[in-house]
Ligand binder design. Structure first.
Ligand code: DGP
Length: 214
């Protein structure tokens, strides 16, 4: 209750973060199926969203087909989240829970790993919707690299992922839920289910929306 009035029921913004190959993508689709089974309206989202014009530029950069200055690509990743912000809010307010594979934390951790100042990296994310739950799927860069090998994308290199892991540690706060991504898949899934169910239920009761880094 805020100012004597109940906030409206809404969907939850649930974000999964972690190094490349930590298992986010499989866990996110399993979680979406689980929440649907529990009767929630839920969608699976991911950033970067490569389907937009900005997303195509990002995709071309990630696959090394184009070169961009580090700050330029940082701002494009951020713009890719901003262009989905209004839709995100509409979905949440209409009661749809979003399970999002990567968000602003990837934006900061990956760019800071290139040596950009962390506060500079956070600035363009300010004002985006704040997640109701951030789950970090924790894996060492070495273990992640052993998992079926990296593809050919720009950041899929052990040394770079070590720097990303360091910046995730700098960035995380006490609200993040850390799940050991090396546990058997079913155990990771079980922990995610419990966290997500509690979060979605709280938002359904009318938790107010908030904004990043204000
Ligand atoms: P994915 O589609 O989750 O595999 O992400 C593609 C790659 O882009 C992956 O190496 C992580 C990286 N990435 C995701 N979001 C951002 C971002 O906002 N900024 C930067 N610099 N890299 C990102």
């Amino acid at each position: 209750m805020a100012n004597g009035q109940y906030d409206s029921s809404r969907g939850a913004l649930i974000v999964l973060e972690g190094l490349d190959r930590c298992g986010k993508t499989s866990q996110s689709s399993r979680l979406v199926s689980f929440l649907k089974g529990k009767g929630f309206s839920v969608e699976s989202w991911r950033f970067p969203d490569r389907s937009t014009c900005v997303g195509e530029m990002i995709s071309s950069y990630l696959s090394n087909k184009s070169q961009l200055d580090d700050r330029t690509i940082h701002l494009l990743f951020s713009a890719n989240r901003w262009e989905k912000r209004a839709l995100m809010e509409t979905k949440l307010r209409s009661g749809t829970t979003l399970v999002v594979d990567r968000y602003s934390y990837s934006g900061v951790a990956f760019s800071a790993a290139k040596g950009l100042d962390i506060e500079w990296c956070k600035a363009p994310e300010t004002g985006l919707l704040a997640p109701d739950l951030v789950v970090y799927l924790d894996i060492t860069p070495e273990k992640a690299a052993e998992r079926g090998g990296y593809g050919n994308e720009r950041y899929e290199q052990l040394e770079f992922q070590r720097k990303v892991a360091h910046h995730y540690r700098v960035l995380h706060d006490e609200t993040w839920k850390i799940v050991d991504a090396c546990l058997p898949m079913e155990d990771v899934e079980k922990q995610l289910r419990e966290l997500a169910l509690e979060c979605a239920t709280t938002c359904q009761k009318g938790k107010p929306l908030s904004h990043l880094w204000l």
